[in-house]
Each structure stands twice: as structure tokens, then as C-alpha cells.
Design a binder for this molecule. Structure first.
Ligand code: F6R
Length: 263
């Protein structure tokens, strides 16, 4: 695990975009796993800038989003389809048929649909780089506490914390109670993971995920089992970590010996 401590949200976003753009330039056919949420807005903003100003070409990139609320259409302003469109897809040149986002409008045959999503990931060759945010309860994707650490794409009931956090965006409108999400097992099979966290309200989840025991109570802690994971955290989100001098030492050595891991 590589833990990179940054000063603030802007730095986290820029560093993530640098690593994603490096992956795209090294392999124009790269398969990206994408996330939504407030933390990701700065990452997409920077990727759009790199596309416009520095010719970052997404023409052959394939993407799979992690999750979508169940029960709302893609055109709903709070759907992850809309948010991806607004912040990223409408500004870059990823072909429409290379973009995959779970369909929140399905009303039956959930297992078959979710297995189809897993199959599409496998058919594409698996995910090379998975971008993740983290919920304040430690969820990744919508793998809420007590999700199986071997889980696959499926319907997941949202926890009380997640509903409370998402309600801010939905306002007085009815809030979905479930989502379709790729599983922890799916995430653990990706080749490389980049998890971003900013803000003091993520500090507890980050400390437990990085330094706590591997536990379904904090599903991000399963990333301790991943072979190539980088946590990009700002000062506030990293404030409860106890091993910061060691992370800084590891980072310095990585920059000297394997700089490609940060680009
Ligand atoms: C969204 C997702 C979620 C978010 C997490 C953090 O696609 O997978 O796990 O990454 O809830 O959301 P923000 O960044 O809004 O705090």
C-alpha cells in the first residue's frame, strides 16, 4: 500500500488526474473503473483540462462506473449517469459504446443483469485502474458495512449514513433506498486501485481502512488485500493516521526507485 498525504482537495484531485492521465498515455486502450461523488469532481475537471490543453486522448479508453442508484432514470439530475455526463463524458472523446454505467431503471432479473455487468468487465479484459472514493462509513462503491468481502455486482441496500449523506443532493425529492454496485471481490480483481479521500469527516474511515483490521464493518479495509493500491488523502482525511512518518519514508523511496508508481 502506498499512502500519499497531500495538503488539500485540489492537490489530491491533481495528483489523481496525473496518475490517470499517465495510465492513458502509457496504454491508450486502458480500462478505467470510475467513481462519482464530490471527491471526484476535481479529478474530472483536471482530466478535462488535460484533454483540452494537453491533447490527452480518450478515444480508445473503455470505462466502467462502479455504481448507480436503483429506481431513477439516467436523465435524473442526481443519477450517476447525469453526474458523469456533466463532469466528464460530455467534455472528452470517449466513444459512447465504450462507456458502461449500471442501469438504475431495471425492475426485474437483477441477478442476470448484474452478472451481465461482471461479464462485460471480463470481456473487456478486466479493469486496469480503479478510481475509488470512500464513504464516511468506509464504503467503497456502495458496498456498505457488512457487505461480503467476496461480493460481486449486485443490488445493495443503502445504509442510514449513506442515505443521510445523499439526501443533501436529492433535497425534498424521494431518495433511492438501494443501488447497483460492483462488489468488493470485483474491486479486488482490478489491477491497480487509486482511493481518494478529503475532509475531516473521512478521517475515521481512512484510519480504519489503512491501519485497522480487515473487516466487513469497514469495507475499504479489504483493500489491504489488494496488490497495488494507492491512497491519496488530504491533511484532514489523514489526520487520524498514526504512521505518517513511515508513509512519507515509503513515498520518498518509491519516488526514487519506482517513480512510475506515481505517474
Ligand atoms: C460513488 C461511490 C461512493 C463515493 C463515496 C464518497 O460512485 O462509489 O463510494 O465515492 O460515497 O462520496 P463523496 O466523494 O461524495 O464523499
Amino acid at each position: 500500500m502506498l499512502v500519499v498525504l497531500q495538503r488539500n482537495q485540489d492537490e489530491v484531485g491533481r495528483q489523481a488526474a496525473r496518475m490517470i492521465s499517465g495510465a492513458v498515455r502509457r496504454n491508450p486502450f486502458v480500462r478505467l473503473g470510475l467513481a462519482t461523488g464530490a471527491t471526484m469532481v476535481g479529478v474530472y475537471r483536471e482530466l478535462v483540462r488535460l484533454h483540452r490543453e494537453e491533447h490527452l486522448d480518450f478515444a480508445r479508453v473503455v470505462t466502467f462506473n462502479l455504481d448507480e442508484y436503483l429506481g431513477i432514470p439516467p436523465s435524473h439530475p442526481q443519477s450517476f449517469h447525469s453526474l458523469m455526463q456533466q463532469h466528464f463524458f460530455s467534455h472528452v472523446n470517449i466513444p459512447r459504446n465504450s462507456i458502461h454505467i449500471p442501469d438504475g431503471t431495471i425492475t426485474r432479473d437483477y441477478d442476470a443483469y448484474c452478472e451481465g455487468y461482471e461479464q462485460a468487465i471480463r470481456d473487456a479484459g478486466g479493469i486496469d485502474l480503479q478510481l475509488l472514493g470512500i464513504g464516511r462509513n468506509g464504503h467503497i462503491g456502495f458496498n456498505e458495512p457488512m457487505s461480503s468481502l467476496g461480493s460481486r455486482t449486485r443490488i445493495k441496500e443503502l445504509s442510514a449514513e449513506t442515505i443521510e449523506d445523499s439526501r443533501k443532493a436529492f433535497g425534498p425529492q424521494e431518495m433511492p433506498q438501494c443501488a447497483i454496485t460492483v462488489g468488493i471481490g470485483t474491486i479486488l480483481e482490478t489491477r491497480r486501485v487509486l482511493l481518494l479521500a478529503t475532509g475531516a469527516f473521512k478521517a475515521d474511515a481512512i484510519a480504519k481502512s489503512i491501519e485497522g483490521p480487515v473487516s466487513a464493518s469497514v469495507t475499504a479495509s479489504a483493500l489491504q488485500l489488494h496488490r497495488d493500491v494507492t491512497f491519496l488523502v488530504d491533511e484532514e482525511a489523514g489526520s487520524l493516521l498514526t504512521q505518517k512518518p513511515y508513509y512519507e519514508h515509503v513515498l520518498k523511496m518509491t519516488q526514487a526507485l519506482m517513480p512510475e508508481r506515481l505517474s
